[in-house]
Design a protein around this ligand. Structure first.
Ligand SMILES: Cc1cc2nc3c(=O)[nH]c(=O)nc-3n(C[C@H](O)[C@H](O)[C@H](O)COP(=O)(O)OP(=O)(O)OC[C@H]3O[C@@H](n4cnc5c(N)ncnc54)[C@H](O)[C@@H]3O)c2cc1C
Ligand SMILES: *[C@@H]1O[C@H](CO)[C@@H](O)[C@H](O)[C@H]1NC(C)=O
Ligand SMILES: *[C@@H]1O[C@H](CO)[C@@H](O)[C@H](O)[C@H]1NC(C)=O
Ligand SMILES: *[C@@H]1O[C@H](CO)[C@@H](O)[C@H](O)[C@H]1NC(C)=O
Ligand SMILES: *[C@@H]1O[C@H](CO)[C@@H](O)[C@H](O)[C@H]1NC(C)=O
Ligand SMILES: *[C@@H]1O[C@H](CO)[C@@H](O)[C@H](O)[C@H]1NC(C)=O
Ligand SMILES: *[C@@H]1O[C@H](CO)[C@@H](O)[C@H](O)[C@H]1NC(C)=O
Ligand SMILES: *[C@@H]1O[C@H](CO)[C@@H](O)[C@H](O)[C@H]1NC(C)=O
Ligand SMILES: *[C@@H]1O[C@H](CO)[C@@H](O)[C@H](O)[C@H]1NC(C)=O
Ligand SMILES: *[C@@H]1O[C@H](CO)[C@@H](O)[C@H](O)[C@H]1NC(C)=O
Ligand SMILES: *[C@@H]1O[C@H](CO)[C@@H](O)[C@H](O)[C@H]1NC(C)=O
Ligand SMILES: *[C@@H]1O[C@H](CO)[C@@H](O)[C@H](O)[C@H]1NC(C)=O
Length: 607
């Protein structure tokens, strides 16, 4: 693990101890490390040229995007710099660049677009293949394998845990894999004898949510997809993929019926329920850039649903509300199992008491509570969604000391005729471009309902401290609580065909938090890392028998990360990894089977 053992307790200590290791590694143990420029096994310029020719010129050697703001860089461009800065925090920028990542820490803050900061390409890949076909991907895999080069796969670069970027690497940029074929009358997976009924889409692994939603909406269809406009199928489906529609239709991975992929040995293969079943199982939930590089997925599409939507705020404006806010939150989330059974899904946010509450900026009171953007499907009457909440609001009215606080429903329920019409005004708008480390856990019914004192204490502790912004919020940090699981996830008929973390099949709530930190400040970083570890421990005490959603959870933990992220699937996943990738052509962290290597400085070496 990149961040464990030696990194965590003190980055300062590492600066002293890691430098000699790096020298030793590069001078005498070449076979033990992936090659880097200057080592004898690094390909010659002529080899790179030949690779580029075989790719018809699709090999790039990009500068870090932030270099346009640094006068000593060759791509410095004073006019372009302000433009880039204005786009840096936008989700819509980074996925269009071959090497940019959403979170600065995953390029190690090596070229922020601000003057006064250092800028080098050190935290970025050296070469990038702008892949548009499976053949391009295959050429990249074969080249990396032959020359012992560290290989990474970047799609949008959304990744919260840093798997889509690495120093001294060749990157395969799969963003432009955009195949599209709609299959309106069933699909027969290759080598299978029977045709599956229903409607399906074969889409390139670089396809992104907004594009899929809008194109399918033209024929009244949609997919089980994510809440961010630009999230791509590649990272989303390999992680399992949760959705507002999951309680109705299952995890996104459950919808997949066929994958075309390039294996680490460089073959283009098809995986489905009739061939390469193990690989199919491992790719769907086992994680990105580990078992193979999918180029297309064929997945089920659904008739677009009608939705009723409600924004619900329950707030407690008081001089000091912490004694009410956390028990209130604990009570509300204890209702999630029954709300889910009644058809509700949505995104809740647990708001710690703050004197800087955005909706009521000029109050001196401390305000906290609960916000949820929630839906029910196929209901013709928007009021239906209110009737689900009515008994809960009445209970709060009578059981919490009403005289000391008040709560408000801020919007009227709205009805949307299609998923797209809902999504257009309710997609995720999380800003990018900062340094952040996530943490979180799945919560099952016992965790949510058994001991509300413990739940309230856990929420209080997890929302303490500076949080996402690393200090701008006052009084604490917001916890995201996604109600995105339920009946169809628990009972999906395909659940044994995919390697999704088994804890999803019994958990209702996906709780996520984040800790921000100051760029290039190792104290601030190690403090944030420490807070994530402590908060994850509190959530684990609350839900000891679940796990965490790999795409949105902490990548740091010395021991137990395998079980936390993959549960009882881990050993089987690792066996498959050893079979399909015996020499670790694909390597990332935290990823299945990565125990044989570790990152030393900016190099990858055998343990
Ligand atoms: C704003 C926002 C909203 C989100 N909403 C949701 C949500 O509603 N539900 C949900 O489940 N998740 C959600 N996520 C998390 C999202 O699933 C992950 O960030 C995911 O890793 C993104 O995948 P990507 O391919 O877009 O990004 P990348 O960072 O490019 O890739 C992520 C990982 O997948 C690998 N990968 C990607 N494509 C391939 C491929 N073709 N072959 C092999 N490996 C590949 C990469 O190497 C990397 O390891 C959200 C994230 C953000 C930033
Ligand atoms: C690859 O070839 C194309 C077209 O000839 C060229 O524009 C590009 O710069 C080359 N890439 C590298 C890394 O040299
Ligand atoms: C930044 O965004 C604007 C529009 O919002 C766009 O015109 C511009 O080209 C973008 N700049 C970069 C560097 O992507
Ligand atoms: C990558 O390839 C696509 C498709 O051919 C092309 O439109 C795009 O300009 C290329 N991007 C870069 C950075 O070369
Ligand atoms: C989609 O639904 C609308 C409204 O029900 C209908 O008018 C239209 O014909 C449908 N389109 C397709 C392609 O089925
Ligand atoms: C607010 O209430 C909590 C719990 O009752 C208490 O621990 C804390 O000291 C109080 N804060 C202030 C500013 O009164
Ligand atoms: C809050 O106060 C500031 C200055 O005191 C004022 O400019 C602003 O309009 C106020 N905002 C609201 C929502 O009342
Ligand atoms: C809460 O109680 C008050 C009076 O006791 C009543 O007017 C109000 O409608 C109740 N609200 C809810 C949501 O039950
Ligand atoms: C809370 O109640 C007080 C007093 O009854 C009232 O002045 C205030 O506007 C209410 N706040 C909200 C957010 O409803
Ligand atoms: C509930 O949790 C609290 C706080 O962690 C603890 O003190 C108490 O003993 C627990 N109650 C039960 C019945 O387990
Ligand atoms: C680095 O972060 C620490 C902890 O947050 C802070 O105390 C210190 O002032 C920061 N140092 C610099 C140079 O910003
Ligand atoms: C990140 O940068 C620090 C110096 O700021 C350096 O010590 C460390 O090796 C770098 N990490 C990687 C992965 O390049």
């Amino acid at each position: 693990m990149m961040f464990s053992r030696g990194w965590l307790p003190g980055l300062a200590a590492c600066l002293l101890s890691c430098a000699p290791l790096l020298t030793l590694a590069s001078s005498s143990h070449k076979q033990h490390c992936k090659s880097i420029p200057g080592t004898p096994d690094w390909p010659s310029p002529a080899s790179w040229r030949r690779l580029n020719e075989s790719l018809a010129g699709r090999l790039l050697q990009p500068s870090p995007p932030g270099a346009v703001c640094h006068p000593r860089q060759p791509t410095y461009d004073a006019a372009e710099c302000p433009n880039l800065i204005s786009n840096w925090s936008k989700l819509d920028y980074h996925h269009t660049n071959p090497v940019s990542t959403y979170w600065n820490n995953w390029n190690n803050d090596t070229c922020l677009p601000y003057q006064g900061y250092p800028c080098s390409g050190q935290g970025y890949p050296l070469f990038v293949i702008n892949a548009t076909t499976a053949r391009d991907v295959q050429l990249g895999v074969q080249f990396a394998k032959k020359h012992n080069i560290r290989l990474v796969v970047k799609n949008t670069g959304h990744d919260f845990i840093g798997r889509s970027n690495a120093p001294n690497s060749l990157s395969i940029w799969v963003h432009n894999l955009k195949d599209w074929k709609y299959r309106g009358s069933g699909f027969r997976p290759k080598k299978c004898k029977t045709t599956l009924p229903g409607t399906y889409l074969t889409a390139g692994s670089g396809s992104q949510m907004w594009d899929i939603y809008t194109r399918l909406d033209e024929i009244n269809q949609t997919i089980v997809g994510g809440g961010g406009k630009t999230v791509a199928l590649g990272g989303y489906l390999t992680g399992g993929g949760h959705s507002l529609l999951s309680p109705y239709y299952g995890m996104a991975a459950d919808q997949v019926v066929e994958i075309e992929a390039v294996t680490p040995s460089g073959e283009i293969i098809t995986a489905n329920s009739c061939q390469n079943q193990d690989l199919f199982w491992a790719i769907l939930g086992g994680g990105g850039s580990t078992f193979a590089i999918p180029t297309t997925f064929t997945l089920k599409t659904h008739l677009t649903p009608r939705l009723s939507h409600l924004n619900l705020f329950i707030l407690t404006p008081l001089p000091n509300t912490s004694s009410i806010v956390f028990p209130l939150q604990a009570y509300l989330t204890s209702q999630f199992p029954s709300l889910s059974s009644a058809g509700l899904s949505g995104y809740a946010y647990l708001l710690p008491p703050s004197t800087n509450f955005p909706l009521l900026p000029n109050t001196t009171a401390s305000i906290g509570g609960f916000f949820m953007s929630c839906v029910v499907l196929q209901s013709s009457f928007p009021e239906d969604i209110l009737s689900l909440w009515q008994p809960i609001l009445s209970h709060i009215n009578t059981s919490f000391p009403l005289s000391t606080y008040n709560f408000t429903v801020l919007t009227l329920p709205t009805s949307y005729p299609s998923f797209l019409s809902y999504f257009t005004s309710h997609h995720d708008t999380t800003p990018a471009g900062s340094n952040i480390l996530p943490g979180g856990r799945l919560l099952d019914a016992p965790a949510l309902t058994k001991n509300l004192t413990q739940v309230a204490e856990a929420y209080q502790k997890v929302s303490s401290g500076p949080g996402w912004t690393g200090g701008e919020e006052q009084g604490g940090s917001i916890i995201a609580a996604h109600l995105v699981s339920g009946k169809a996830v628990f009972e999906h008929p395909n659940k044994d065909r995919v390697g999704v973390l088994p804890a999803w099949r019994k958990s209702y709530l996906h709780v996520v938090f984040g800790e921000g930190f100051v760029p290039l400040n190792s104290t601030s970083k190690s403090e944030a890392y420490q807070r994530v570890l402590e908060k994850d421990k509190i959530l684990k005490q609350l839900a000891p028998n679940t796990g965490a959603y790999m795409n949105e959870a902490s990548p740091i933990e010395d021991q137990g990360w395998q079980r936390r992220l993959w549960g009882e699937n881990y050993e089987k996943l690792k066996r498959i990894k050893r079979t399909v990738d015996p020499t670790d052509v694909l390597w990332c962290t935290p990823c299945v089977g990565n125990e044989r290597w570790k990152q030393v400085g900016d190099r990858l070496c055998r343990v």
